[in-house]
Each structure stands twice: as C-alpha cells, then as structure tokens.
Write a protein that binds this ligand. Structure first.
Ligand SMILES: C=C(N)C(=O)O
Length: 128
C-alpha cells in the first residue's frame, strides 16, 4: 500500500508532490533541489554546494525511514548545465563510496526555482 513520507529534516515540497512515497519495499524521493530544511534556496551557491544540499535532503528523507545511502538502488541527477558534471560528480562520489547505485545524469533546460541541480533517489526499504 502506498504511504507518503514527510520529515522536517528535509525541505517541504515546493509544489504538488510529497517528499517521498513508499510501498514498504521501494521508496521514491521527490527530486531534491538545494533548499535547506528551513526553505532557504542555495541557488547562488556553486554546484558542489548545491549537490551537497540536494543529497543531504535525499539522505534525510531516507534516514526518516531508517534507510541510508547503502539502500539506494538508483539516482537521477538533473543539471541545468552538463558542463557542471565533473563538479557534481566529485561531491556526489563522497556520498556513495562503496557499491554506488545506478545513476543517470542529464542536462535539462531549466530546474525549479532556478536551481542548478536536482537529485532524486529510489531505495530499497524492505525488511531484510
Ligand atoms: C522540486 C520538485 N521535485 C518538483 O517541483 O517536482
């Protein structure tokens, strides 16, 4: 059965979506842009900082469900400029040092709120 997830440790949705949804086995986070949990937008920060903030949000959502980076199966990374790939990837790699999940990274025309980075994850939250 579908359940929506809400945690104060990640920013509230900026539109008509939930922070994450799960069926108890698989968890889907919404795309996380570089907003602090208080709602401050870090759109003027460099891509490394935006990547860090977005991934911190993903991790906070996972942790609210008792999961962590090791449970992530797939990540999608959206960049407003693919030339930022290396800078994003360097920061990203520090979050997934062992057995990194599958990932897609792509350039899109623009992201909500003028962000440079948006990151979403799919994780295994089933009981072992
Ligand atoms: C920021 C988003 N995840 C959205 O607008 O869908």
């Amino acid at each position: 059965m579908k359940r929506t997830i809400s945690t104060d440790d990640a920013p509230a949705a900026v539109g008509a979506y939930s922070q994450a949804t799960t069926n108890g086995s698989i968890l889907f986070t919404a795309g996380q842009i570089p907003l602090t949990p208080d709602g401050e937008l870090l759109d003027d920060e460099d891509v490394a900082t935006q990547t860090e903030r977005s991934l911190d949000n993903v991790m906070a959502i996972l942790e609210s469900e008792g999961a962590d980076a090791s449970d992530v199966l797939k990540v999608n990374v959206y960049l407003d400029d693919i030339d930022d790939f290396e800078e994003m990837n360097e920061t990203y790699a520090t979050y997934f040092e062992e057995e990194p999940p599958a990932r897609s990274a792509l350039e899109v025309g623009a992201l909500p709120k003028g962000a440079s980075v948006e990151i979403e994850a799919i994780a295994d939250v089933s009981e072992e």
